[in-house]
Design a protein around this ligand. Structure first.
Ligand code: GRG
Length: 300
């Protein structure tokens, strides 16, 4: 597969990030609408930050099946709203208790705990409202399935379940298999769902969908391996969130189990496997391939 040039990838990424920002600003209630403080806090949590990895995956996968970009914007908003809610709740004192996110004070610090709880709740329900309130495919039954997929990826059998396993694991030894199980749910499920929803908004055959699913599963886990390496190695200013928290909280990570060198090797192996899954799709999968590379080499 001919790799996309770094300039072309950067231009594409900038364009998708910009349209995602505009789409999110459009679906979030204006801060002038009551309850003003809640709506202001929701916008504070979502807008003006984040790499928008999940929306990028939605658009990259969606383009493979020729999905309409405006429909992909809705899907991108839905997954990013779920992601933003998870970060707001994860940062709260009852969970990870963090004060910095995306380079600014976390929502419960800037506002208060009760507001942060409600921001997360309201972002989560807004995600489903956005996905359900206009067509994202020409097939209504498929759209119902897509709504179900997002619910599954976010709930107790997906992200929220992974978070529960993570909270229960603090101070305990997990083996590599248990760690993988946790991350497949906590981080991997929503990343996988982003790729699958994008693909289902267009028209792809069964084999392509299987390849995309394989890529998505590997990329979801890869994201977490790299997150563990970054948490161990980068500083707080670069990350825009508190660095070194995993070790401080005595959390099992790929770095604590394997060491940095082997965690890096694992990331390289997973990247190679993810790219191999895309290989037969040719140039159509160029953005997805570049995104997997970006996930491994991202600065934060
Ligand atoms: C509270 C139900 C519930 C779930 C929380 C995803 C999650 C589950 C918690 C986030 C904790 C965390 C730091 C996980 C590591 C991987 C991750 C999701 C990092 C943050 O995602 P990025 O790097 O963030 O995509 P940006 O800010 O770029 O959007």
């Amino acid at each position: 597969m001919t790799a996309l040039s770094p300039q072309d990838f950067a231009a594409w990424m900038g364009a998708i990030q910009q349209r995602t920002e505009a789409a999110l600003a459009g679906v979030l209630p204006e801060p002038t609408i009551a309850p003003e403080r809640l709506h202001e806090a929701m916008r504070y949590a979502v807008l003006g930050g984040g790499k928008r990895v999940r929306p990028l995956l939605v658009h990259a996968a969606g383009a493979i099946g020729g999905a309409q970009p405006e429909r992909l914007d809705r899907i991108a908003c839905a997954v990013e709203l779920i992601h933003a809610y998870s970060l707001v709740h994860d940062d709260m004192p009852c969970m990870d208790d963090d004060v910095l996110r995306r380079g600014k004070p976390t929502v419960h610090v800037e506002y208060d705990d009760a507001t942060a709880l409600l921001v997360g709740d309201a972002l989560q329900t807004l995600a489903f409202q956005v996905l359900a309130s206009a067509p994202v495919t020409d097939m209504p039954t498929r759209q119902l399935g897509m709504i179900g997929l997002l619910a599954m990826a976010s709930g107790s059998r997906g992200m929220a379940g992974g978070q529960a396993i993570d909270l229960a694991a603090v101070g305990r030894q997990l083996d590599l298999r248990e760690l993988e199980f946790m991350h497949i749910h906590k981080t991997g499920a929503l990343i996988r769902c982003s790729v699958l929803l994008g693909a289902q908004a267009g028209t792809v055959d069964g084999e392509t969908l299987e390849r995309l699913d394989r890529y998505a599963k590997l990329t979801g886990l890869l994201f977490q391996v790299v997150d563990d390496i970054l948490d161990a190695e980068a500083d707080t200013a670069t990350l825009g969130k508190t660095a070194g928290k995993d070790a401080d909280h005595d959390k099992p990570t790929y770095v604590s189990l394997l060491g940095v060198a082997d965690a890096r090797r694992l990331a390289q192996d997973m990247l190679a496997e993810a790219l191999a899954a895309l290989e037969p799709l040719g140039a159509r999968a160029g953005h997805l391939a570049a995104l997997a590379n970006y996930i491994v080499h991202r600065p934060f």
